[in-house]
Design a protein around this ligand. Structure first.
Ligand SMILES: *[C@@H]1O[C@H](CO)[C@@H](O)[C@H](O)[C@H]1NC(C)=O
Ligand SMILES: *[C@@H]1O[C@H](CO)[C@@H](O)[C@H](O)[C@H]1NC(C)=O
Ligand SMILES: *[C@@H]1O[C@H](CO)[C@@H](O)[C@H](O)[C@H]1NC(C)=O
Ligand SMILES: *[C@@H]1O[C@H](CO)[C@@H](O)[C@H](O)[C@H]1NC(C)=O
Ligand SMILES: *[C@@H]1O[C@H](CO)[C@@H](O)[C@H](O)[C@H]1NC(C)=O
Ligand SMILES: *[C@@H]1O[C@H](CO)[C@@H](O)[C@H](O)[C@H]1NC(C)=O
Length: 778
């Protein structure tokens, strides 16, 4: 908006003689204004039914919409202001006028209270303090009114051609009564009796000192034009009367800017009026403008402070009002999101001085509305991590909007105001007519989503908030969403692990938030029962958890098995309570060097290291030892020990099938073949036999029977029995067998599979069939 054009304000002191309001009844307010009565009725009192009736000596006249425009009344319902307003011109049809100095308006206010009309007969007398100007024009919301001093009612400044045409028409008219001609550009003049003009909505009135002309907008005799780019509606009436050879003529021009105002990018409502309103009246030299709101002019300094800008350029006056200027009314409106608009009741006075120094006073009552402007609310994350509470502030909520519900995450519960199981919402009111809400939700609230974040090594707390906001009084709702996230420093617990000769010890010191974690071994949750079942030794007190896992118990994985030892690995898994996802694990691998051991793998392999020192004393060499199938020799051997590794179903293993267990058994023995090769028939040269066993529960072997492939849910339990030392038992479940089978051995030793029946409790024929099929010699 270009500044710097001539900026003219009129210093104006608005002093009203009369008291502001006659409080009868208290909801009705009557005021004297410059040139009109102002009657304001509270909407709560008026309801939707408030009606006005003008009263004078001749009767009671309901002020309807149409009648108001003709007779000088303007009624509007101002929802934002909260009242119904009636402006009645001092020259309105039924106002009593004493010498243009005392005006009395008598009227009925009819309101509907609980279905019944109640009538209040009211009266107001006003005396304008501002002297009447020679010519005054009021551009009301619904009509234009012109009054001129009757003694200056000679045509001044009217274009000569118009005047001549009017005079000619006047002479041609035979009637000596007053008549009126409406002049419209390019249209023939049509004289009309005043009574006829009255029926068409034009009012002409002669008061003590003034001639009054009033017309509603949009009359057939009006015309719209553009003056310096501003739309203007004009009604040009010429009154005349021919008395013998004298023609009396009065020229009355009502012209008003019809600018609807526009909204500019800088946030101003802009309204325009031409400096010279009537293009058909020339010679006006100077224009002064004062602006105001709601029918009252503001002093220049006040207007400037409020940000009003009055500029003149290119022959028009431009009034710019900041969208949020004081005196305007704002309203929230939901259109997708939250919007708002502002309404101004602009009041403007324009004083024009012409060459004869006769000034014209123009007054405008115009209602301007901004378009819908976005009015976002905002949310701010005010969370303080240490408090472990989400604090979210929702701000810039306008006065006429309130939060009606809050939804936390996908929780179907709609939380209303107040405190509820830990979370709370409180309202904060600001002096700038906005308010806000502080929402607090503890991290541990059930509504908060918790996820362990591996990369952050922290617990992620996620809260999505869906606020329902309601615009009052229409109850229109919209939603505001926000999402906050906080990382709280929770790492999964970590065990300290220590290797010992006989196993691995795990130790965990308890921390406050460890309840969020589950400890498991494989797929089983660690519990005292599980520990007992698997032979772990668990001690758990308020300080720490100690778990001792003996070697060869459930859960170990073995690698690098050799005579000198092997590696045993045990893993403890940590899962976040909410998900079954494994978040971390403690894995410990320890070297073990046990003199003798048997490993029975889940995929059906027996790995055994046996101490053969007893055999050595009777002349055996470990490297020469073998299994039942003499072709199955050791993988590795030293002076006293040998390592065998072979599939359970091979090397002449004997399979012992019981009700619940199956045991694969083999034997390590020495054949002094090398020394006694020359006497192969000697079969009594086998000494100290070492029996090795793997036992599996049948229940965990279902895949063996459905896929013909050895897969066990758990590792088998190994056992070594020395024939010469029958007491040496490593691990031995108490077993009872129904069936015993042997896998193929070379013909030199046994010709064919042997089936030994031990009892009659054969309840697993499938197993048996399968096992037999395994031993068929190809
Ligand atoms: C004034 O009128 C001139 C010529 O018509 C035009 O170029 C100029 O933009 C106008 N200025 C304003 C502020 O409207
Ligand atoms: C209103 O005041 C509050 C508190 O001072 C501030 O946060 C907010 O931004 C203000 N809003 C507007 C629209 O000025
Ligand atoms: C917000 O809540 C309202 C009412 O419960 C629902 O209709 C809307 O879909 C929600 N919005 C989102 C994004 O969840
Ligand atoms: C808005 O809601 C309130 C309370 O629920 C109710 O009293 C009022 O009548 C409603 N207003 C409209 C316009 O629906
Ligand atoms: C919210 O505030 C917390 C605490 O200051 C911070 O950790 C987090 O990153 C913030 N941002 C979001 C989007 O939640
Ligand atoms: C150990 O004790 C603590 C309480 O002292 C308990 O919370 C935890 O569940 C226990 N752990 C196991 C594996 O039983």
């Amino acid at each position: 908006m270009a500044l710097g054009s001539s900026l003219v304000f009129v210093l104006l002191l608005s002093v009203w003689l009369t008291a502001k309001c006659d409080q009868i009844p208290s909801e009705v307010c009557m005021e004297c204004r410059d040139r009109y009565f102002l009657i304001a009725v509270d909407l709560s009192f008026a309801g939707n039914e408030a009606r006005f009736e003008a009263i004078d000596g001749t009767g009671v006249y309901p002020i309807t919409k149409q009648y108001a425009a003709v007779c000088g009344y303007s009624v509007s319902v101002l929802h934002l202001k909260g009242n119904v307003e009636l402006r009645a011109s001092y020259f309105s049809c039924h106002t009593d006028n004493k010498d243009d100095e005392f005006f009395t308006f008598s009227f009925n206010l009819v309101v509907n209270h609980e279905g019944e009309d109640v009538t209040y007969a009211l009266k107001k007398t006003c005396s304008p303090t501002l002297p009447w100007s020679p010519r005054e024009v009021t551009c009301e919301a619904n009509y234009m009114e012109v009054s001129v001093r009757s003694d200056v009612a000679c045509p001044t400044g009217t274009k000569t051609d118009d005047w001549n045409a009017a005079v000619q028409t006047a002479y041609a008219s035979a009637n000596s009564d007053w008549q009126v001609m409406f002049q419209k550009v390019e249209e023939p003049l049509k004289p009309m009796e005043l009574s006829e003009a009255r029926t068409q909505g034009y009012v002409f009135d002669l008061t003590e000192g003034r001639l009054v002309f009033r017309t509603p907008y949009g009359q057939p005799e009006s015309f719209n034009t553009e003056v310096n780019g501003v739309p203007v509606e004009v009604v040009h009436a010429t009154l005349f009367s021919r008395q013998s050879w004298v023609v009396l003529m009065v020229d009355l021009v009502a012209a008003c800017s019809m600018s609807e105002g526009s909204y500019d990018d800088a946030g101003y409502m802009v309204w325009e009026t031409p400096e010279v309103l009537n293009p058909y009246v020339s010679g006006l030299t100077n224009t002064r403008v004062s602006v105001g709101i709601s029918g009252e002019l503001l002093e220049q300094s006040v207007a400037e402070e409020s940000g009003f800008i009055v500029e003149k350029h290119n022959g028009s006056v431009e009034i710019s009002i900041p969208y949020n200027a004081e005196g305007g009314y704002r309203k929230s409106f939901v259109s997708g999101d939250l919007n708002e608009y502002y309404i101004f009741h602009l009041y403007l006075e324009q004083i024009a001085v012409d060459e004869d120094h006769v000034d014209t006073r123009l007054r405008f009552h115009r209602t301007l509305a901004t378009p819908l402007l976005p009015r976002p609310v905002f949310t701010e994350n005010r969370t303080v991590l240490e408090e472990r509470v989400f604090t979210i502030y929702l701000g810039d909520v306008p006065e006429d909007v309130e939060v009606s519900a809050v939804q936390l995450n996908e929780h179907k519960h709609i939380y209303k105001f107040g405190h509820e199981s830990g979370h709370s919402i409180t309202k904060v009111v600001h002096p700038n007519n906005t308010h806000g809400y502080t929402l607090k939700v503890p991290f541990d609230d059930p509504a908060v989503i918790k996820k362990f974040s591996k990369e952050d090594e922290a617990m992620k707390h996620i809260l999505e908030v869906n606020y329902t906001l309601t615009v009052l009084p229409e109850n229109e709702t919209f939603f505001h969403l926000t999402s906050v996230l906080a990382l709280s420093d929770i790492t999964p617990p970590e065990f300290d692990a220590v290797c010992s000769e006989s196993g691995i010890s795990f130790k965990l010191d308890h921390r406050p938030f460890d309840y969020l974690w589950h400890i498991s071994i494989g797929s089983d949750l660690l519990s005292p029962e599980l520990a007992t079942q698997h032979g772990y030794i668990m001690t758990n007190d308020s300080q720490s958890l100690l778990l001792e896992v003996p070697l060869f118990t459930h859960g170990y994985v073995y690698e690098d098995v050799a005579l000198k030892g092997f590696l045993g690995t045990f893993e403890i898994l940590i899962q976040y309570q909410g998900t079954s996802e494994v978040q971390s694990s403690t894995v410990k691998t320890c070297p073990f060097s046990t003199a003798e051991f048997v490993l029975c793998s889940t995929d059906g392999k027996m790995t055994v290291v046996a101490d053969l020192s007893l055999a050595i004393s009777s002349g055996g060499i470990p490297a020469r030892s073998n299994l039942l199938n003499t072709h199955c020799g050791p993988k590795e051997a030293d002076d006293t020990r040998a390592l065998f590794s072979f599939p359970l179903n091979s090397c002449g293993s004997i399979i012992k099938l019981g009700k619940e267990y199956v045991t694969y058994e083999n034997e390590i023995s020495f054949s002094r073949k090398v020394n006694l090769q020359k006497n192969p028939s000697d079969s009594s040269n086998e000494i100290d036999r070492v029996t090795v066993q793997c036992t599996y529960p049948l229940a965990g072997l279902y895949r063996l029977f459905s896929f013909y492939k050895f897969v066990s849910d758990a590792a088998g339990v190994g056992n070594i029995v020395h024939s010469s030392l029958l007491t040496e038992v490593l691990q031995k479940p108490t077993l009872e067998f129904d069936t015993v089978l042997q896998t193929p051995v070379p013909a030199t030793r046994r010709n064919r599979p042997v089936l030994v029946k031990l009892g009659h409790r054969l309840k697993v024929p499938t197993h048996l069939q399968y096992l037999q099929s395994l031993f068929k010699v190809e």
